[in-house]
Design a protein around this ligand. Structure first.
Ligand SMILES: C[S@@+](CC[C@H](N)C(=O)[O-])C[C@H]1O[C@@H](n2cnc3c(N)ncnc32)[C@H](O)[C@@H]1O
Length: 210
């Protein structure tokens, strides 16, 4: 498998074991999807760190594979990315997953199914997130590891998450770093550690009940 790595942040974009399985465990499973969106007319997900788009494609596939009456009609996916990859890079990194082939073509052709919108915000999350207007139901926190990419785990990000969260909004992230958990708790999230993916012992999920 061709797993992209960032030299600048000394980290991989997704698990070298199996990126798609990691996405499903951490971000989909961690947020209780697809059950959590059942019965909802519209549903909004916000991600920090679009990267290759693997999380988006896995989510899009889940939505497409779910019966119409059991999925939201309107799915809004917002994602921030400061260092966008090229379409060729995205194709190279994701074509490994044959089961995502249709979703990958949809993304690259900018031809998403009716009802699904992707808002890819190019820029620094700390500058762009304060400008966002949304009611977010689920957060996918997917910066590079907090020790090398602290900008993605900043007080600005956490404060804006609280501002933008719908009542009962959920979050999931691969990291269990103490300062991330404390930062999320400080703005009102209830967080807990759960079983991580693969060799990672722990990850964090949370809920915003304000
Ligand atoms: C672990 S990767 C994301 C993986 C991605 N979710 C995927 O499915 O491939 C982290 C991403 O955060 C981006 N990033 C790092 N610092 C950022 C910042 N300050 N603002 C916005 N994006 C940033 C990186 O360029 C990288 O694409």
């Amino acid at each position: 498998m061709n797993v992209p790595r960032s030299q600048q942040f000394d980290d991989v974009y997704f698990s070298v074991q199996d990126g798609l399985a990691e996405t499903r465990h951490v971000f989909l499973g961690g947020n209780g999807l697809p059950e959590f969106w059942q019965g909802r007319e519209s549903f909004t997900i916000c991600e920090t760190g679009f990267g290759t788009g693997l999380n988006f494609l896995a989510l899009l596939k889940l939505w497409r594979d779910t019966a119409r009456e059991e999925r939201p009609k309107e799915l809004r996916y917002i994602s921030f990315e400061k260092y966008p990859l090229t379409p060729d890079e995205i194709r190279r990194y994701l074509s490994h997953w044959v089961e995502l082939a249709e979703e990958l073509e949809m993304l690259l052709a900018e031809d998403l199914p009716l009802g699904v919108t992707l808002e890819l915000v190019i820029g620094d999350v700390n500058e762009e997130m304060p400008k966002l207007d949304a009611q977010v139901d689920c957060w996918f926190l997917d910066g590079f590891k907090p020790s090398s990419n602290p900008d993605m785990w900043s007080e600005t990000v956490f404060a804006n998450m609280a501002r933008l969260s719908a009542f009962g909004a959920r979050l999931a992230t691969f990291t269990a770093a103490g300062f991330v958990r404390r930062g999320l708790m400080a703005v009102g999230f209830e967080v807990r550690k759960v079983q991580g993916f693969g060799r990672k012992r722990e990850m964090v999920v949370g809920i915003y009940n304000h």
